[in-house]
Design a binder for this molecule. Structure first.
Ligand code: GLU
Length: 514
C-alpha cells in the first residue's frame, strides 16, 4: 500500500494587478481542500516578471483572501519551512535546474536575436505553419543543437545573450490525469520549446512554478483552466527533472463565465452590468482610479465565499447556504464541474439577502451606526435594531435598510407619485385627517393591535373599505408604496409622529393633486 502524501496545496498568484474574483475562487477551493484533508495551504507570490509587477498588488491579494475568510498556513506573511514564499526572493534557486536539464540533454541554449525570432515566425506563418519554436523549427535556428560545440562554448564564455529552452520530442503522445477533466492527451508536436531561463538569468513562469511546486512538496495543483495548456509542459519538466514520482495531482477549475454564459468574466463585464469583480476596493497606482468591490458594495464576506464556492462546484444535496465549516466538510474536487460556471448577479444578491436575515442584530447595528450618524439621524440602539428587524426582509444589502427605510428616522421626503395617482382620491385627505384624530385617542406607547383596532373602527364608522385607506396611510407614513407590515411600522414610528405625518401628508399630497 502506498503511503498517502501529506496534502499541500498552493495558491500562486502573480502580483500584476488586483486579484480577480475568479482568483479568489481558486484560492478558496485550495483552502477548502486543504482543510478538508487536514493539509496545508501555501500562498506563493509568483513575481519573477518584474515588468508586470504592480505595487500594492501582493498586499491586496493577502487582504482579499483574509476578507473572504481564507486562512493561509505558509506564505510571505506567515513564513514556513519552505521560505521564502516570494519567487523574487528565490531567484538564485532556479537556474541550476535549467543547467541540469542541459546536462542531461533535455534542454539547450538558444542565441537567436529578437529579429531572428521574428523572421522565423513570419516564415512559418507565410507557409501556413504554426509560428512556434519547436522540434522542427529549432533545427533552422541558432542554438546549441545546430551550432558547432566550440562556437557554443565561446558564446557562453563571452556571456553572450542566451536563453535556455526545453527540448521537446517530436510527435510523442503525452498523457496526464486531471482530477476534474480525467485523462488529457496531447501530442508533443503541438507544443513549443518554451524558454525556461531568460537571458537575464531569471526563470520563466514554467520553470519557477514547477521547481517551487517540487521543492515545496505540493501534492495538488488546483488552478484555473487558463493554465491547462501549460500543464503538458509542466508534466514534461517533472519527467526531465527526474521528479515524476513526486509530481502533484492536477485539477484545472472551470472558468467563471459572463452572466450571458459565454466568455470569461472580465472587469469590463462587471462595469457593463454593474457588479464588482474584485473582493476589495482597488486603487490603480497609475491612474488613481478606484474600482468597486464586493466589500464596499455591502456584500458580506460569508455570502461571497458561499456564492463563489457554488460557482463551479455543487454539493451532494440541495443545500445552498453553507458556512465555511460546512463547505469544508462537504467539499470535494470530484464535484467540481468541467464546464464553465455562469456568474449570476441575482444569485449573488440572494446570497447576501440570506446572510442579512441571520446576522446578529447587535452586529448589524454596529455596521450601520456610522451610516446613520453620517446622515444625521438620531435614534437609540433599541430603535435601530427594531428598524433592522422590520426592514431586512425587504432588502439585499444592510445599507439599504437605512437608505430605503430613512422614514424611520425623518419624515418622508417625497410621496410615491404612482401610488398617489391610484389611491389618493378627492376625499382621502379628509379621511386621513379623521383617522389621525382617531389615533390621537391612543396612548403614547400604543401597540400594533391597538393601531389596527382604531383603524378598523374608523373605516367602519366612515363606511370606508379598509383597502381604500391602507395605502394612503402607508404613503403618509413613509412616502413609499411598499414596505414592512404597516402596524409594526406605525408602532415603531410612534403615535405622535404618526399623527404629525398624516397631517402633513393630507396637506402636501392634496396640494399636489389639485
Ligand atoms: N502565477 C500563475 C498565476 O498568476 C500561477 C498559475 C498556477 O497556479 O500554476 O495564476
Amino acid at each position: 500500500m502506498s503511503i498517502e502524501k501529506a496534502v499541500r496545496v498552493r495558491f500562486a498568484p502573480s502580483p500584476t494587478g488586483p486579484l480577480h474574483i475568479g482568483g479568489v475562487r481558486t484560492a478558496l477551493y485550495n483552502y477548502l481542500l486543504a482543510r478538508k484533508l487536514s493539509g496545508t495551504l501555501i500562498l506563493r507570490i509568483e513575481d519573477t516578471d518584474q515588468n508586470r509587477f504592480v505595487p500594492g498588488a501582493e498586499q491586496y491579494i493577502i487582504d482579499s483572501l483574509k476578507w473572504v475568510g481564507i486562512v493561509v498556513d505558509e506564505g510571505p506573511e506567515q513564513g514556513g519551512p519552505y521560505a521564502p514564499y516570494r519567487q523574487s526572493e528565490r531567484k538564485s534557486m532556479y537556474a541550476q535546474y535549467a543547467y541540469d536539464l542541459i546536462e542531461n540533454g533535455w534542454a539547450y541554449y538558444a542565441f537567436d536575436t529578437e529579429d531572428e525570432l521574428d523572421q522565423m515566425r513570419k516564415r512559418l506563418e507565410a507557409s501556413k505553419m504554426q509560428p512556434a519554436y519547436d522540434s522542427v523549427s529549432r533545427m533552422g535556428m541558432r542554438n546549441s543543437l545546430t551550432m558547432p560545440a566550440d562556437e557554443v562554448k565561446a558564446k557562453i564564455a563571452a556571456a553572450d545573450n542566451y536563453v535556455i529552452r526545453i527540448k521537446l520530442p517530436r510527435n510523442k503522445e503525452l498523457r496526464f490525469f486531471d482530477l476534474i477533466r480525467g485523462w488529457v492527451l496531447v501530442n508533443t508536436s503541438t507544443m513549443d520549446d518554451k524558454v525556461l531561463l531568460k537571458s537575464d538569468g531569471m526563470p520563466t513562469y514554467h520553470l519557477a512554478n514547477v521547481v517551487d511546486d517540487y521543492l515545496m512538496k505540493i501534492s495538488h495543483v488546483i488552478r484555473g483552466e487558463e493554465w491547462l495548456p501549460s500543464a503538458p509542459l509542466h508534466v514534461m519538466l517533472y519527467r526531465y527533472l527526474g521528479w515524476e514520482e513526486s509530481m502533484p495531482a492536477f485539477a484545472h477549475l472551470p472558468l467563471l463565465l459572463k452572466p450571458e454564459g459565454h466568455g470569461k468574466l472580465s472587469k469590463r463585464d462587471g462595469d457593463r452590468l454593474g457588479f464588482p469583480v474584485f473582493a476589495l476596493p482597488w486603487k490603480d497606482p497609475d491612474t488613481g482610479e478606484t474600482i468597486s468591490s464586493y466589500s464596499e458594495s455591502g456584500y458580506y464576506p460569508e455570502a461571497v465565499a458561499n456564492m463563489l464556492a457554488l460557482l463551479g462546484w455543487h454539493p451532494s444535496g440541495n443545500q445552498e447556504l453553507f458556512s465555511m465549516e460546512e463547505l469544508i466538510a462537504e467539499f470535494s474536487l470530484e464535484r467540481v464541474s468541467k464546464s464553465g460556471a455562469k456568474f449570476d448577479l441575482q444569485k449573488a444578491f440572494w446570497f447576501n439577502h440570506q446572510y442579512l436575515q441571520t446576522k446578529p442584530l447587535e452586529e448589524q447595528y454596529r455596521l450601520l451606526k456610522p451610516l446613520i450618524d453620517s446622515k444625521g439621524y438620531v435614534a437609540t440602539q433599541e430603535y435601530i435594531e427594531k428598524v433592522i428587524l422590520l426592514m431586512r426582509e425587504k432588502v439585499q444589502f444592510a445599507k439599504e435598510i437605512i437608505e430605503e427605510g430613512y422614514y424611520f428616522f425623518v419624515e418622508p421626503r417625497a410621496y410615491d407619485e404612482e401610488a398617489i395617482r391610484k389611491k389618493w382620491k378627492p376625499d382621502t385627505a379628509q379621511n386621513v385627517l379623521g383617522l389621525s384624530l382617531a389615533f390621537g385617542k391612543l396612548n403614547e406607547n400604543a401597540d400594533a393591535a391597538s393601531f389596527e383596532t382604531i383603524f378598523k373602527e374608523y373605516c367602519e364608522s366612515s363606511s370606508l373599505k379598509t383597502g381604500e385607506m391602507m395605502q394612503p396611510l402607508r404613503l403618509a407614513l413613509s412616502g413609499a408604496a411598499t414596505g414592512p407590515p404597516i402596524w409594526d411600522m406605525l408602532t415603531l414610528i410612534g403615535r405622535d409622529s404618526t399623527i404629525a405625518r398624516m397631517q402633513t401628508a393630507a396637506q402636501k399630497i392634496t396640494a399636489t393633486t389639485k
